[in-house]
Design a protein around this ligand. Structure first.
Ligand SMILES: *[C@@H]1O[C@H](CO)[C@@H](O)[C@H](O)[C@H]1NC(C)=O
Ligand SMILES: *[C@@H]1O[C@H](CO)[C@@H](O)[C@H](O)[C@H]1NC(C)=O
Ligand SMILES: *[C@@H]1O[C@H](CO)[C@@H](O)[C@H](O)[C@H]1NC(C)=O
Length: 344
């Protein structure tokens, strides 16, 4: 009698437990469905419960045991091996043209973190803009790299044409900086929407006149490269030969600085599609003098990756849940589109 009563009590407890478990699982699943549903009704999900404090408070001061945290602090400042200078190694003057857009800081971050692995780099970031972008200047400052920041606008006569020669004025500004400040080393145009294997930098460093190498993800052919036979450049493989003597990509060649300085008239034309060709021709180099790198152009160490274009960020609709929070600071870092020109 007593035993039977105990059994019934145990069974009803078990049933109750199973029910509670089912309810918990059902709420968790519906919450997940909410996340995956894609139909975001509100951009803000407020946490109803007060966040519990961490079980152990992190130490206020870096603690000897807390090596990871100390490393993290130095990475926050971007100075993990960046801006290294080794005596006797020719410097690389790397010109990166850029312009304000949603992807600008992410792209520059990627390029910077590549260059942090390369010694003796002077990184000339040249922006197509009337005003200096605070976010760019600030990022360069934090990067710890040896940087030069320039900003310049495309001459107004080219702004009216449909197919604008983008990136020429700011590349030329970088080139002029090199002419005025560099004595030796190597010049390279590194756009911020490319991916670089750092081995290419160690190879271009020893360029005597003009060196060339393959660039991947260019046109439908998937690559733009010199054609090399027995160690000599005998032609070019590129999806758009047109009337170009040197049908190469902007990221596919490097120039010795002394060689450049001996050619004070060398410059880049404001001619869409012919920027590389015009510049290389203005150096007066012969095809037979070109130094094929990347093991006789058998390796692709640069790609024209490109990044998906993003829309400007929508403004944050502040509510009671967002006022006085980090969202205000985050909002300042979002790309809100180009400044709207007002007629005066
Ligand atoms: C803010 O509100 C406007 C107007 O209701 C709406 O169109 C927009 O999508 C909202 N933005 C966000 C991020 O929720
Ligand atoms: C970075 O900015 C700080 C604060 O404005 C300034 O003191 C410092 O000199 C800058 N560093 C570089 C490398 O420009
Ligand atoms: C390139 O090819 C030439 C001629 O075949 C050869 O002598 C040279 O060693 C090659 N260079 C490299 C880096 O493989």
């Amino acid at each position: 009698m007593v035993r039977g009563g105990n059994q019934r009590l145990v069974i009803s407890w078990l049933v109750a437990l199973v029910l509670v478990l089912l309810v918990v699982l059902a709420t968790r699943n519906s919450a997940r469905r909410d996340d995956d549903g894609g139909q975001v009704r509100s951009a803000v999900r407020a946490l109803s419960a007060v966040q519990r404090p961490l079980p152990v408070q992190p130490p206020a001061q870096p603690h000897p045991q807390n090596v990871l945290q100390t490393q993290h602090v130095s990475l926050v400042n971007g100075r993990c091996g960046s801006g290294k200078w080794v005596e006797g190694l020719p410097p690389l003057y790397i010109i990166t043209p850029t312009y304000p857009r949603a992807e600008q800081v992410p792209e520059l971050t990627r390029t910077a973190q590549t260059l942090m692995n390369v010694p003796n780099v002077v990184w000339i970031v040249s922006e197509d803009s009337t005003v200096a972008s605070t976010s760019v200047v600030q990022y360069l400052n934090e990067s710890g790299l040896n940087t030069v920041y320039l900003h310049v606008q495309m001459p107004s006569r080219y702004k009216k044409v449909g197919n604008k020669p983008r990136g020429v004025a700011n590349r030329m500004a970088g080139l002029n900086w090199v002419r005025e400040n560099a004595k030796d080393g190597v010049l390279y145009f590194a756009d911020d929407d490319n991916t670089y294997d750092i081995r290419i930098f160690e190879q271009i460093r020893w360029t005597r006149k003009v060196s060339m190498f393959p660039v991947g993800l260019v046109t439908k052919l998937g690559v733009s490269t010199p054609i090399v036979k027995e160690g000599k450049v005998v032609g070019f493989y590129d999806g758009w030969i047109a009337k170009r003597t040197f049908p190469v990509d902007m990221a596919g060649f490097a120039v010795n600085v002394q060689y450049l300085l001996e050619r004070p008239l060398a410059s880049m034309p404001y001619k869409v599609g012919y920027e590389e060709d015009g510049f290389i021709k203005s150096l007066g180099i012969k095809a037979s003098e070109i130094e094929p790198l990347a093991f006789n152009c058998t390796k692709i160490w640069v790609w024209h990756t490109q990044t998906k274009k993003n829309e400007p960020a929508k403004p944050i609709n502040h509510t009671i849940a967002t006022l006085g929070t980090n969202l205000k600071i985050i909002s300042e870092q979002l790309w809100k589109g180009p400044a709207i020109k007002t007629k005066s």
